[in-house]
Design a protein around this ligand. Structure first.
Ligand SMILES: Cc1cc2nc3c(=O)[nH]c(=O)nc-3n(C[C@H](O)[C@H](O)[C@H](O)COP(=O)(O)OP(=O)(O)OC[C@H]3O[C@@H](n4cnc5c(N)ncnc54)[C@H](O)[C@@H]3O)c2cc1C
Length: 356
């Protein structure tokens, strides 16, 4: 068995436990320490890194990896997606020495966050020290490394930070409806003094296209897994209650399969497209369309589950209730409408890349 095949076999073996753990993590707002440790042991934390620094150089296979993990627990899917994103940015824009350092840290089990969202006026550098707060940070209390953006959004520079237990951090003031196990919180970087070798790339690299927009395909992969799981729950529960035979339920079962397949086709095509030599505008435009397509598929699935299972889907303890909250929350991604408008502006005069 090859290394990539072994990785997939090992991850597949973890999924039933991850699914089981999801309920108690949500109830107790716990962080998925056990799941993350199990994934680390399989090699997931380094799998996307190039082979020369100890990774497996996963390419399009990452689509299935994120989809599988997202199918077991969307919160864990988000954490791994963030970790992979941070490492990828270091690989893409950092020096060889920075990549080697990050790879070494990941191999030791350090979880990376990618934290861009901030409380106004944002995180800035002045006289060698940072000021400002990052918010909505997944794994705020669990990540020991992160890539953060510093400076005005248009010309922000990425910084690799080391999180110490004594840093000023905490939970967001209001409890999130779903994705609670990501333990999103805030971190106050006031007084943090970066070293010269911690700065990644140049000002503006974080927002550079097509990477900035097209990178959303990884989130879509994890979401696709979660949409599929909700569809499975819908069908399982209808069967268990002997309600799957009614023609209106059969129609909704069919619609749920269409929603799952729609998400899968769009997001898998994004994973394929970003590895081609399509133009930056085509790539970002296509992924922007896919974001809306997957959002629509997810919202459709939520409606189908509510209509098909009725009130039972709103009872705590029903796994579909938690899955709906996680999915509804994770679907809220930034600037969805702006992304759609940009895609329309491009494709009104250009062919879709998938039809070339
Ligand atoms: C599970 C989860 C984990 C996350 N983890 C992280 C993390 O680790 N790091 C991080 O940096 N962030 C993280 N985020 C936060 C994320 O990056 C965004 O802040 C968040 O997803 C934005 O969602 P939103 O619906 O509020 O988007 P918005 O972009 O605010 O969109 C909401 C609505 O407002 C509209 N809108 C937006 N801008 C304007 C405008 N200027 N004028 C008029 N209308 C406007 C949109 O069209 C949309 O209708 C996470 C989010 C989630 C859901």
């Amino acid at each position: 068995m090859g290394d990539v095949q072994r990785l997939f076999a090992d991850v597949a073996a973890l999924l039933p436990d991850m699914r089981r753990n999801a309920a108690s993590l949500d109830r107790n707002a716990g962080f998925p320490w056990d799941d993350m440790e199990a994934l680390r042991r399989c090699g997931v934390l380094v799998a996307t890194l190039p082979c020369r620094v100890g990774g497996l150089g996963l390419g399009q296979e990452l689509f299935d990896l994120l989809r599988l993990i997202g199918s077991a627990n969307l919160a864990v899917g988000r954490l791994i997606e963030g970790h992979v994103n941070a490492l990828w940015l270091i690989w893409r824009y950092g020096t060889d020495a920075q990549l080697a350092r990050a790879a070494g840290d990941a191999a030791l089990g350090h979880l990376f966050g990618i934290w861009n969202t901030e409380e106004p006026p944002g995180v800035h550098l002045q006289d060698g020290a940072l000021s400002g707060k990052k918010i909505n940070c997944s794994a705020a209390v669990a990540a020991t490394r992160a890539v953060i953006t510093v400076g005005h959004p248009d010309e922000a520079r990425m910084l690799m930070v080391t999180l110490a237990p004594d840093m000023s951090a905490g939970a967001m003031p209001g409890r999130l409806l779903g994705m609670r196990a990501t333990q999103a919180g805030w971190i106050d970087f006031r007084g943090y003094r970066p070293d010269a070798e911690d700065w990644i790339g140049q000002a503006g690299d974080y927002m550079r296209e097509p990477e900035f927009s097209a990178g959303a395909w990884r989130t879509l992969a994890a979401l696709t897994g979660g949409i599929g799981t909700l569809g499975e729950m819908l069908r399982e529960q209808l069967r268990a209650r002997g309600r799957d035979g009614a023609p209106w339920q059969a129609e909704r079962i069919a619609q749920s399969l269409i929603a799952e397949q729609t998400a899968w086709l769009w997001s898998r095509e994004c994973a394929r497209l970003v590895a081609t030599d399509a133009s930056a505008a085509a790539m970002t435009g296509y992924v922007n369309l896919a974001r809306r397509a997957v959002e629509m598929a997810g919202l459709t699935m939520l409606e189908l589950v509510q209509r098909s299972l009725g009130l039972s889907a709103f009872v705590e303890g029903n796994p579909a209730e938690r899955q709906m909250r996680d999915l509804a929350t994770y679907l809220r991604q930034p600037a969805m409408d702006e992304a759609l408008a940009e895609a329309a502006a491009h494709f009104v005069g250009h062919a879709m890349p998938s039809s070339l």
